[in-house]
Design a protein around this ligand. Structure first.
Ligand code: FES
Length: 358
């Protein structure tokens, strides 16, 4: 006599061919798996092409060798770039914009050299190194029934003793406290903003700003700047008692020197000055110390922090040290009253060279 359950089961699969049904279903019941974490074992080993075809192995060998060779060439390119590209060479590279040509070349060549070593090693391991498969027995990770029962009993006992289940008010307020406390961290995220926008690119200098001597707080005249001296200055309208004085002076501080016009090597720099008086940002383009140690014979300005040296006679070009850019120069003129004034803001952001990415 047939079982009614068996009939129901077969009827429900009328549209499925028998070969797609597991054998247990054909008998009308699915047997529970004994061990849901049973080790399925290793699939049959498949040989790689390179294991059975010597020509494929040779191709892989050549590919690996090519990657290592490209790495060597890139390293040579790195050294050549370091020697050949001037430290203050600025190039336009899409999409980065105007950046240091030397930094770009060094980063690119070193990146390619390291990538090719890594890619060559991975290709070597995947195609040529031994492909032997090994299995390592693992002990069962499931706890024994006794341990599970003990854990559940301990949990029930702890719940009872803490009165967690009985004291509903305590339980509810605890959940509330735990849910709210992470919000304090979220609120602190507000301090990450607002973003600086273009603030770091601009200073207080604008057309017509008088140049104020930082020591006397008086506007400077050309005759105040003598040969061989270095005068530290700031824009008019900046009061040391203002709450934002430190923020503004950190971007706008300048130094003025007077050179013999014939000593100025950079014609553009000479044109931006006034009869040999040149005005440069004094904020070192390394990490922002004042670069105001002046050697009047050589016209070099030295930063005391890490010894970056700038040639003020040659557009404040970097001669030595970790600074990545010349000191920006401020265009100046003499106004009708005989005072030195700015013709506008710096053309590039003063200070550490990473602002160029801002
Ligand atoms: S801050 Fe000037 S050299 Fe480092």
């Amino acid at each position: 006599m047939s079982n009614p359950d068996d009939n129901d089961s077969r009827n429900s699969h009328n549209n499925v061919s028998d070969e797609h049904l597991p054998s247990e279903q054909e008998r009308g019941a699915v047997a529970p798996a004994d061990d849901p974490f049973a080790d399925p074992g290793l699939p049959p080993h498949e040989h790689r092409r390179q294991d059975i075809d010597e020509r494929a192995a040779k191709r892989s060998e050549r590919t690996v060798a090519l990657l290592f060779t490209v790495s060597m060439l890139s390293t040579i390119g790195f050294i050549a770039s370091y020697v050949a590209i001037p430290i203050d060479k600025i190039v336009y590279i899409w999409p980065f914009g105007h950046i240091s040509g030397l930094n770009f070349a060094l980063g690119l060549t070193l990146g390619v050299a390291l990538f090719c070593i890594g890619a060559g090693a991975v290709h070597w391991a995947r195609t040529l190194m031994s492909d032997e498969e090994m299995s390592d027995e693992r002990h069962p990770i499931e706890a024994t029934p006794e341990v599970k029962a003990q854990v559940l009993a301990d949990f029930a006992q702890g719940t009872k003793e803490s009165q967690f289940g009985r004291r509903k008010l305590v339980r509810t307020t605890l959940f509330g406290a735990l849910a709210l406390v992470p919000l304090s961290g979220v609120v602190l995220l507000r301090d990450l903003g607002p973003l600086p926008g273009t603030k770091l690119r601009h200073t207080m200098w604008k057309p017509g700003s008088l140049i104020i001597n930082e020591n006397t707080m008086q506007p400077l005249r050309p005759e105040d700047i003598t040969l061989g001296s270095l005068t530290q200055a700031m824009p008019e309208g900046l009061d040391p008692h203002d709450h934002n004085f430190q923020v503004e002076i950190a971007k706008a501080a300048v130094m003025l020197v007077r050179l013999e016009p014939d000593d100025i090597k950079d014609p553009k720099s000479a044109e931006w000055g006034h009869e040999g008086i040149l005005c440069f940002s004094k904020i070192c383009t390394h990490i922002g110390c004042p670069a105001t140690l002046y050697e009047q014979q050589t016209h070099h300005a030295l930063c005391p922090c890490h010894q970056s040296t700038f040639d003020l006679a040659d557009g404040a070009r970097v001669l030595f040290g970790p600074a990545g850019h010349p000191l920006p120069q401020l265009r100046i003129k003499v106004n009708d009253d005989g005072y030195l004034e700015a013709l506008g803001d710096f053309e590039e952001p003063p200070g550490p060279s990473f602002w160029e990415r801002g």
